[in-house]
Write a protein that binds this ligand. Structure first.
Ligand code: ZN
Length: 135
């Protein structure tokens, strides 16, 4: 069994992280955290906390990365929604048992040291869903 705890963050695909960040910090007055490059996903990310959730800005570090491909297809915008779960292992085992189509069968490293896995949009009504566990 597992439990969904909250909306962890919204993942927003942008072409220019510095530029996008300005809207949140200068226009909306929010406070951005440091940037991190996640090699495996070919992205540079920046989290901007917002109450109990966060906005995650994602800029591709390579033209063949998933975020670059997303922007090519859809333009900039919300790329995924992340829900915090209490146990990523239990969540994946449970969803597998229910026959839910997963992108990641095993948890992988996510920015900020989270343990994450993506659920296929075909299984969620069109949303790329990230499950995230933070210890
Ligand atoms: Zn994310």
């Amino acid at each position: 069994m597992f439990k969904v705890l909250k909306v962890d963050h919204l993942g927003i695909a942008v072409k220019d992280l510095e530029q996008a960040k300005k809207f949140y910090t200068e226009t909306l007055g929010m406070q951005a955290m440091g940037e991190e490059i996640v090699e495996q996903q070919k992205v540079k990310v920046c989290f901007i906390p917002c109450g109990d959730s966060e906005v995650e800005l994602l800029e591709s570090t390579s033209p063949d990365g998933p975020v670059a491909k997303f922007i090519e297809k859809n333009g900039e915008g919300i790329q995924h929604v992340a829900l915090r779960v209490d146990s990523i292992e239990n969540a994946l085992a449970d969803l597998k048992a229910k026959g839910v189509r997963l992108i990641d069968e095993q948890p992988r490293y996510g920015a900020g040291g989270a343990s994450i896995a993506f659920v296929h949009p075909k299984a969620t009504g069109g949303i790329l869903l990230e499950l995230s566990e933070r210890k």
